[in-house]
Every structure is written in structure tokens, then in C-alpha cells.
Design a protein around this ligand. Structure first.
Ligand SMILES: Nc1ncnc2c1ncn2[C@@H]1O[C@H](COP(=O)(O)OP(=O)(O)O)[C@@H](O)[C@H]1O
Ligand SMILES: [Mg+2]
Length: 212
């Protein structure tokens, strides 16, 4: 049986890494085999591409360059890590995936949705996540949570307006595909966020066991 593929989405400081920790506990308590991974990255080559994308640099990065690098990393990640795991029945939990491209390279940078659709269909095809949890927080709260972070990457350094577009973009992904994309109110306490995530995982696993 094919494993399930779950992606986590949301802006910086929304709580994706924290959510992955909760999901890991849930998977272990249900004896489900899983791998945790992230985008851009996830394999040695894709992690090298991640550095190219995220390292702050003086040379302006062309939007098409950024978009193609993200999809280049994704092609490698899918072929070398995600697909083999799913084929073995292992669940894959990814910190960011395809929705981030629609939101960052599409909505926030103004990339053409038709181009994104074509790249998605070529590179990702049927390997879309079975479920996506969007961690939603107001931009200011996300930024407050990461102020202590030493290291700010090229996208973290974008304007508040950019991050507002990112938040709106993820909420649009959820309204466009509400069955797959579930919004978690991540502005609440850690306990309340954990509870929402567990509720979603219970619902999803019920739906999935009904499919079989
Ligand atoms: N619900 C929450 N309430 C308070 N602090 C939180 C909450 N979720 C995450 N944090 C804290 O906010 C910071 C950013 O969370 P993190 O999970 O690293 O976000 P992301 O991976 O989306 O950037 C971390 O210090 C984390 O401990
Ligand atoms: Mg994180």
C-alpha cells in the first residue's frame, strides 16, 4: 500500500517545524513508518540548490531563475526521496512543498499561474500531497516568533507586504482545494495547535482507511 504524503505550509514563524514535531509523535504512537523532509531540499543535490535559492546575495535573483531552481530541487527530491518512500508504504511529511511555489513564486512574486501549472504537471504530476496543513498566523505574530533567529535567509528578508501576500496565498490555496488543504489556527497556544493537528490527522486517517 502506498504511503501517505502530507505537506506543511505557512510563512516563517507560523509553526511548521513545531507542527512536524507533533506529527512525528502522532505517527510513532500509531506505529506508522515515516520520513521527515523539507523543501527546497531533501536530498544532497536538492539541499545544494536550496543554498543557491536562499543565500542572500548582491546579484538580483531573477524571478524565473528562482522558480526554475525551486522546481529543479523538487524534481530531484521527488525522484530520489519522496516517490521511493511512498512506494514502500512509508509516509512522507514535508516541511513545505508545491503550494509554496504557487504562493512565493506565484502570488508573492507575480509568477504566471499557467507556467506554474505546467511545471507542476510536468514535475509533480500525480504526486501531489494527500493532505496539506497550512499553519496560519498574522504576519506580525510570525515575525515576532522568529526575531531571535540569528540567520535570516533571502526570503525572510522580504517586506511585510510580501509576507502578507504569502499568508493570503496560503489561505487561497485552502479555499481552492478545501478537501486537501486544511487551515490550522496557529496563533493559538501550543496545546491548542497540537489539538487541531491531531484532530485533522484523525479525520484524515479515517477518510483514508475508508478509501481502501
Ligand atoms: N503556537 C505557538 N505559540 C507560541 N510559540 C510558538 C507556537 N508555535 C511555534 N512557536 C514558536 O515560534 C517559533 C517559530 O516556530 P517554528 O515551528 O520554528 O516555525 P516555522 O518552522 O514555521 O518557521 C519557535 O520558537 C516556536 O517554538
Ligand atoms: Mg521551520
Amino acid at each position: 500500500m502506498r504511503g501517505k504524503f502530507i505537506s506543511l505550509e505557512g510563512g516563517e514563524g507560523s509553526g511548521k517545524t513545531t507542527a512536524i514535531h507533533f506529527i512525528r509523535q502522532w505517527l510513532e504512537s500509531h506505529n506508522i513508518s515515516y520520513i521527515l523532509t523539507r523543501e527546497p531540499g531533501g536530498t544532497p543535490l536538492a539541499e545544494e540548490i536550496r543554498q543557491l535559492i536562499l543565500t542572500p546575495r548582491e546579484e538580483p535573483v531573477n524571478n524565473a531563475t528562482e522558480l526554475l531552481l525551486v522546481f529543479a530541487a523538487r524534481a530531484q527530491h521527488l525522484a530520489e526521496k519522496i516517490q521511493p518512500a511512498l512506494d514502500k508504504g512509508t509516509w512522507v511529511i514535508s516541511d513545505r512543498f508545491l503550494d509554496s511555489s504557487y504562493v512565493y513564486q506565484g502570488k508573492a512574486r507575480g509568477g504566471d499561474t499557467k507556467v506554474l501549472d505546467q511545471l507542476a504537471s510536468w514535475v509533480v504530476g500525480d504526486n501531489k500531497p494527500d493532505a496539506t496543513l497550512v499553519l496560519d498566523v498574522p504576519v506580525e505574530l510570525g515575525q515576532e516568533r522568529v526575531v531571535q533567529r540569528q540567520h535570516q535567509d533571502r526570503l525572510d528578508k522580504e517586506s511585510v507586504l510580501f509576507h502578507q501576500k504569502v499568508r493570503d496565498g496560503f489561505l487561497e490555496c485552502a479555499s481552492a482545494d478545501p478537501l486537501r488543504v486544511r487551515v490550522i489556527d496557529a496563533s493559538l497556544s501550543l496545546d491548542a495547535v497540537q489539538k487541531q493537528i491531531e484532530d485533522q490527522l484523525m479525520q484524515l486517517s479515517k477518510t483514508w482507511s475508508g478509501d481502501e
